[in-house]
Design a binder for this molecule. Structure first.
Ligand code: ACO
Length: 426
């Protein structure tokens, strides 16, 4: 294996070093490219660009592999709980029992949100999307929790606050959007059970915590906890590279995740399946529409920038979806439509040739519906799950010896120099 590549331009040649990752990923180190050659690279959507070295998450899109800190997602989904996985991502290794207990106590202690923040919720217009609200509220946390002087303490407490408070804030926004009384976190409940209780408990109907539902939520959040340099994580790293505070960097990640091509797809899948149901279950209509290159419509929950096979998270999500509905004795007509749509699309030439398979969002909405989460909160659920990944990636970037302010170049294709024309002469 060579440890450099040669770039030839006319008679001139340039040597560029090659970096090889621990799983064999090869990258041409172009840091000296512009200085040596005057060239920059052009890579819209960064599909061929490694923006960093990272030791957090490994994914192989061809073989459908996903591992956090080397541990396969299948094992974590089977064995772990969300707070443990969060610890693993952020700290680099699984916690001991003592460390996990301490982490749980810290999360519990940080779970309340400043009472004055409730005023913000009341002044968002009715019908505001919860992702917009969450992004603003996370950014606002900095004003309520000013920076500490000791850097290490500041990072630890900010990380704990974020992970703990995000679920309180999410549940609060739901309660307030319904005009209901806010339910406070309880110290006797686990992270996931606490969230469900804050969402669904009411003074007239106490929420019965079902272990199956709690487990489903644990797995849902574990599956979403990190996915290396996706759009929202790249947003967190890029914004973070300007050395903004962590709350602001996470707020930008939430904004990026909101998009329907990214985290917003879980909501878009349910909307698409509902449209198919309203059209009498005609999945063929959706498949043909998605194949029509003149039509911007896409099968939501299908396709992925990296996975060119079945998303390993989607496999787990699908199995969990079946089990959960069985155990809760629920029937969801959208699940039947989803199964039929998957069957039709994955046997269709267009989808086979383009390597389009279900991604994590395809079945996740049906799981969330079974748990009782309203559709407009789906992407918020994704954001809570992705938070440990964003934090781990931000932390890693802060300690990276190769760190630089993120600032891509461009190929300018606008007008060449021209004179200013007086307004009366235009
Ligand atoms: N339905 C129909 N056609 C599709 C789909 C789809 N879901 N996804 C991609 N294609 C087609 C494109 O039209 C394109 O066809 P063309 O080459 O004939 O123009 C080709 O496949 C490649 O598509 P790109 O957009 O170039 O692929 P990219 O890697 O940029 O996009 C993306 C990935 C955005 C996820 C895309 O597959 C998509 O829009 N999917 C639907 C939205 C979705 O489910 N997003 C969630 C992704 S997972 C996540 O973020 C958590």
């Amino acid at each position: 294996m060579t440890d450099s590549v040669t770039l030839k331009f006319g008679e001139q040649t340039f040597e560029l070093p090659v970096i090889i990752g621990s799983e064999g990923e090869r990258a041409i180190d172009i840091r000296s490219l512009r200085q040596q050659t005057g060239f920059i690279t052009y890579d819209p959507g960064f599909a061929n660009t490694g923006s960093c070295k990272s030791a957090i998450t490994f994914m192989d899109g061809e073989r459908g592999i996903l591992r956090y800190r080397g541990i396969p997602i299948e094992e974590l989904a089977e064995e772990s709980i969300f707070t443990e996985t969060a610890y693993l991502l952020i700290n680099g290794e699984l916690p001991t029992r003592k460390e996990l207990n301490r982490w749980s106590v810290m999360l519990n202690d940080a779970s309340l949100v400043h009472e004055d923040m409730q005023g913000f919720y009341q002044h968002f217009p009715r019908g505001s999307h919860p992702m917009g609200i969450l992004s603003s509220m996370v950014n606002a946390l900095r004003s309520f929790y000013p920076e500490l002087q000791v850097q290490e303490e500041e990072i630890d407490i900010t990380v704990t606050r974020l992970i703990s408070k995000i679920r309180t804030m999410a549940a609060m926004s739901y309660k307030m959007s319904r005009g209901h009384k806010v339910v406070y976190p309880r110290p006797d409940l686990s992270y996931c059970a606490n969230f469900l209780n804050m969402m669904f408990d009411t003074p007239v109907k106490p929420y019965a915590i079902e272990p199956e539902v709690v487990r489903a939520l644990e797995v849902f959040w574990i599956l979403h906890a990190d996915h290396e340099q996706n759009c929202s994580t790249s947003a967190v790293r890029l914004v973070g590279s300007a050395r903004v505070n962590l709350y602001a960097a996470i707020s930008s990640g939430i904004a990026a995740l909101w998009g329907p091509l990214h985290g917003g797809a879980n909501q878009a899948v349910i909307e698409m399946l509902s449209t198919i149901r309203d059209r009498g279950g005609d999945v063929g209509w959706a498949v043909e529409k998605a194949k029509d290159r003149k039509d911007p419509f896409r099968l939501m929950g299908f396709g992925h920038r990296v996975y060119k096979t079945y998303d390993p998270r989607a496999k787990i999500m699908k199995r969990m979806c079946d089990n959960l509905l069985n155990r809760l004795h629920l029937e969801d007509p959208l699940l039947d439509i989803a199964r039929e749509l998957e069957q039709r699309a994955t046997t269709d030439d267009y989808f086979i040739k383009q390597h389009l398979y279900p991604n994590v969002d395809f079945y996740s909405g049906i799981v969330l519906r079974a748990i009782g989460i309203p559709t407009n909160m789906f992407t918020v659920m994704f954001a809570i799950g992705r938070l440990p990944g964003w934090i781990a990636q931000w932390k890693e970037s802060m300690d990276d010896p190769d760190w630089r302010l993120g600032r891509p170049r461009q190929v300018y294709v606008g007008d060449v120099q021209q004179g200013y024309v007086d307004i009366d002469a235009r």
